[in-house]
Design a binder for this molecule. Structure first.
Ligand SMILES: [Zn+2]
Ligand SMILES: [Zn+2]
Length: 208
């Protein structure tokens, strides 16, 4: 595996190959609609199963869906802060950090690298669902769609803030929030879909 780690960080337009192997390179890219569709369809299927094939009450299902969504926002924050921005103390960490996220900071407008490749995401998703099912039993059928919907929402927000100009309405703050992380201070505003955990862990700034 060969990685073109380019330092220092900058804000290039265009794209850059990540792997010399053409299959790996192709697998490292995706159109954003593919993963979002997969997660929403999977969420709908699991949610339907929770309502029709489990003993869970409607209120319980609703609570589990919301819990899954909130837990996703924490995972989003922790992954971005702890893994995507981990200290590159070893060559391996440096390479992984670049593949996972460094390349996105170098080429933030490359729309094919705004989501984890679906083939990898499906494997991770199946593993996460298995772990959730072992921990929660059939409640996983309601919790996991909340989690997956959160991921789809995060991907959508992350895509639009990079692909489109900010709107002239209240949602403009989503663009400002993530632009501060990219262009002013990458130790702030790790939350893309919500500032909740940045507030709690004191990494939020409205100005950078
Ligand atoms: Zn970004
Ligand atoms: Zn980042």
């Amino acid at each position: 595996m060969s990685v073109n780690a380019e330092k220092p960080r900058s804000n290039h337009s265009g794209t850059q190959s990540l792997f010399k192997n053409p299959i790996l390179e192709a697998l490292s890219r995706t159109h954003i609609a593919v993963p979002i569709s997969i997660y929403l369809i999977s969420s709908a299927g699991l949610g339907w199963y929770a309502f029709t094939h489990t003993a869970l009450q409607k209120g319980m299902i609703g609570g589990l869906l919301v819990s899954g969504l909130i837990v996703f926002t924490l995972v989003e924050y922790a992954t971005h802060r702890g893994i995507f921005h981990m200290e590159p103390t070893t060559t391996l960490k440096s390479r992984l950090q670049y593949i996972f996220h460094g390349i996105h900071h170098d080429f933030p407008k490359d729309q094919t690298r705004l989501a984890m490749p679906p083939a990898l995401a499906i494997l991770i998703g199946l593993a996460l669902f298995s772990i959730t099912f072992m921990g929660l039993g059939e409640a996983a059928y309601a919790f996991f769609p909340g989690f997956l919907s959160g991921y789809a929402g995060y991907l959508f927000v992350h895509f639009i803030v990079h692909a489109y100009k900010p709107p002239r309405n209240v949602f403009k703050w989503l663009w400002i929030n993530h632009a501060i992380h990219h262009y002013k201070n990458d130790t702030l505003n790790y939350g893309v879909s919500s500032p909740l955990w940045d507030y709690i862990f004191k990494t939020y700034s409205s100005k950078g």
